[in-house]
Design a protein around this ligand. Structure first.
Ligand code: USQ
Length: 381
């Protein structure tokens, strides 16, 4: 298939590009380096630097003989995006091109505006480019489990049937996020659902939980093919952060009571889920939604696991409860359904001790590069 990946430079975008290229698909990645630039501008650079996309694609070709095409540009610019679509004519579009950080979106008005305009304008442009250039193209959009929030009822896979005063209908499952970033993802969902109903386009929305890990079969081929690995408060996700904290002797920062429970998944499973969505596309006029997680943990459970494995590796670790900088429930019911992707064939890589040892081993190599000042900045909601 011809697969266009928007946001192809990111933590997930670049590993996805290599994974699908390795499986024989024709890949074009597009990015404007928003994430790289934001990290540099606000002094939260990843654990190790990674080459730009052109260099990454050159190394990929050297190692595998396979080509990944690269275009640098802003998906908010409709004429640029439309031209990319007209020239490449994708069968599948994978949409990662968003500002992905909840804390960044809450930093100040400029950051909020950037998040809102970047995320929504890109999604709007994607829907239009598909309609005008390749109406049969399957859009795979990365949503997030945080769209649902933490309701006091079971979380269904995207949809819920409601009976009201003797009548029934099927609706999007209620969404109530707890950051502006997560709210833009809800708005993305709504936008695409509107265009699915109106234009019969085909969409798969993957409601993903926080991802952890830094290696995939493809990143292992060469150090220059590694993905970004942020461990800072803005762009790092909790498991990756805690492992870096454990390695450098910074206390594991459990926010509030630590009962916040989320669904997590290994970066390898993100790639597998994307591939399953690619090869099993939704139908025209269908908005298909999967909850993309493999298991759930509270922050306390994660901290305890990482504490235990880190101790085994001889690290000097402590767990510190800090006042929660976020507005979120710290003790709540959480029972999401996540059977759809398993039915399509997903074989999860769970967060075992072995997996944690593997991430520790990688991070330990860069121990000297860890900048403790990036770990906690206290960005408050
Ligand atoms: N947390 C701590 N201590 C920390 C960092 C985080 O207790 O030092 C807690 C947070 O309060 C939260 C949980 O860990 O309850 C997860 O936080 P996170 O920073 O790993 O994840 P989040 O901000 O929710 O966002 C991340 C990605 C985002 C993705 C989302 C999936 O940055 O792009 O969409 O995970 S989900 O959370 O399911 O919406």
């Amino acid at each position: 298939m011809r697969i266009l990946i928007l946001g192809g430079d990111g933590y997930l975008g670049w590993p996805t590009a290599m994974y699908l290229s390795n499986r024989g698909h024709e890949i074009l990645v597009v990015d404007n380096y928003l994430r790289r630039n934001l990290c540099r501008d606000i002094d939260v650079e990843p654990l190790f630097s990674t080459p730009n996309l052109f260099e990454r694609a050159r190394v990929w070709k050297e190692k595998t003989g396979k080509e990944i095409q690269v275009k640098i540009g802003d998906c908010c610019d409709y004429s640029f995006l439309k031209q990319v679509f007209q020239e490449f004519l994708p069968d599948t579009l994978i949409h990662y091109a968003e500002q992905p950080s909840a804390p960044f979106s809450m930093l100040n008005h400029n950051a909020a505006l950037l998040t809102l305009t970047n995320n929504l304008q890109t999604t709007l442009n994607v829907a239009w480019a598909v309609k005008e250039c390749v109406p049969n193209c399957h859009i795979i959009k990365l949503g997030t489990m945080g769209e649902y929030g933490t309701p006091n009822i079971d979380i269904e896979e995207g949809w819920i049937e409601i009976e009201h005063k003797g009548r029934k209908d099927r609706f999007l499952f209620p969404r109530q996020a707890s950051s502006l970033y997560h709210t833009t993802k809800i708005q993305d969902t709504d936008l695409l659902w509107f265009y699915v109903r109106t234009w019969n386009i085909r969409v798969t929305d993957l409601m993903q939980g926080p991802v952890y890990g830094l290696s995939t079969d493809e990143t292992e081929l060469d150090d220059k093919l590694a993905t970004f690995f942020n461990y800072d408060e803005l762009f790092g996700t909790v498991v990756n952060r805690f492992i870096v904290q454990a390695v450098c002797g910074y206390p594991l920062t459990v926010y509030g009571k630590g009962g916040q429970t989320r669904g997590y998944l290994n970066i390898k499973d993100t790639l597998a889920c994307i591939e399953l969505a690619v090869i099993n596309p939704s139908k025209p006029g269908e908005m298909r939604i999967f909850n993309q997680i493999t298991e759930t943990f509270s922050v306390n459970e994660l901290a305890e696991k990482i504490f235990r494995v880190g101790k085994e590796r001889g690290h000097n670790i402590s767990i510190k409860r800090v006042e929660n900088p976020r507005v979120e429930l710290e003790e709540h019911y959480y029972n999401p359904k996540y059977t759809g992707l398993k039915k399509l064939g997903l074989k999860p890589h769970y967060l075992t001790d072995d997996v944690l040892h593997g991430i520790f081993e990688k991070v330990e190599k860069y121990k000297e590069s860890i900048n403790e000042h990036m770990i906690f900045k206290g960005i408050k909601w």
